[in-house]
Ligand binder design. Structure first.
Ligand code: UDP
Ligand code: MG
Length: 251
């Protein structure tokens, strides 16, 4: 029997974990496969870890990792991928914005062996703060102009992948990870599913403007040589202008 690993990065998710756990176990019961749920506590300050320990005691499918501090969702996903032992691996947010109900369809698709990955994206950004939508769209425009790796606008991290693809992703040992780029960069045949934006089941978003800005800079510097080229161009221009000015005044 195949095993599916579900990786769930969690940062201060005490309000939503019970709803999530009930939902994922309900969906799992409809799929003919074994499961492991890998919850990654990303340095939560609330009762997240306590709740995870409770589930781990009562359900042998539940495993958890706990970070010493908040390292960010990217690190949590990477740690989860490295720990996973399934033949298929999914990454899913804890707040139910990544609908677990899509999982049976995703799994069926991969069983047909035509694809290595079923990824998801949102149809629209409806429900998201206008300012966040504006900067997100701007970011995707800029990054796609600067890189050859396609970064899909609206793509979520929610996806189900084969072990083969997961192993390739783990081999990319970037320190500042930008998974949306890495998923695309490793190649593999991907099928995209779209769905309407879903509000968080409970709790609040963990992102703020500054975190998103840093994340976008990481994406651009990791996948594009344009910032290096621009800086080389500026440096060379300054160097030659200085030589010209110096020669002109000291001739
Ligand atoms: N998350 C995390 N570490 C962080 C921020 C977020 O592990 O530093 C997790 C969070 O618990 C959730 C997922 O990443 O499961 C997505 O976070 P969130 O819902 O806050 O982001 P949004 O949906 O607003 O983009
Ligand atoms: Mg969310």
């Amino acid at each position: 029997m195949n095993k599916i690993s579900i990786i769930v990065p969690c940062y201060n998710e005490e309000e939503v974990l019970e709803v999530f756990y009930n939902k994922i176990t309900e969906v799992s019961s409809k799929i003919d496969a074994d499961f492991e749920y890998i919850f990654v506590d990303d340095g939560s300050k609330d009762k997240t870890l306590e709740i995870l320990k409770k589930y781990n005691k009562k359900d042998e499918r539940v495993r958890y990792l706990s970070f010493s501090r908040n390292f960010g969702k990217e690190s949590a996903m990477y740690a989860g991928l490295k720990e996973s032992t399934g033949d298929f691996v999914a990454i899913m947010d804890a707040d139910l914005q990544d609908p677990p109900d899509l999982l049976p369809e995703m799994y069926e698709t991969l069983l047909s062996k035509e694809y290595d990955c079923v990824a998801t994206k949102r149809k629209t950004r409806k429900g998201e703060p206008i300012i966040r939508s504006f900067f997100s769209k701007l970011f995707y425009k800029i990054i796609n102009k600067m890189t050859v790796t396609e970064i899909v606008d609206g793509a979520r991290d929610y996806r189900l992948m084969t072990r083969k693809m997961v192993n390739s992703i783990i081999e990319v040992s970037e320190y500042n990870r930008f998974s949306k780029g890495i998923f695309s960069w490793v190649g593999f045949k991907t099928k995209w599913l779209s769905y309407d934006n879903i509000e968080r089941a409970a709790g609040k978003t963990k992102w703020n403007f500054w975190k998103l800005f840093k994340y976008s800079v990481e994406g651009i510097t990791a996948f594009s040589t344009a910032p290096l080229l621009i800086s080389a161009f500026v440096r060379t221009t300054f160097l030659y202008s200085s030589i010209c000015i110096y020669t002109y005044y000291n001739w």
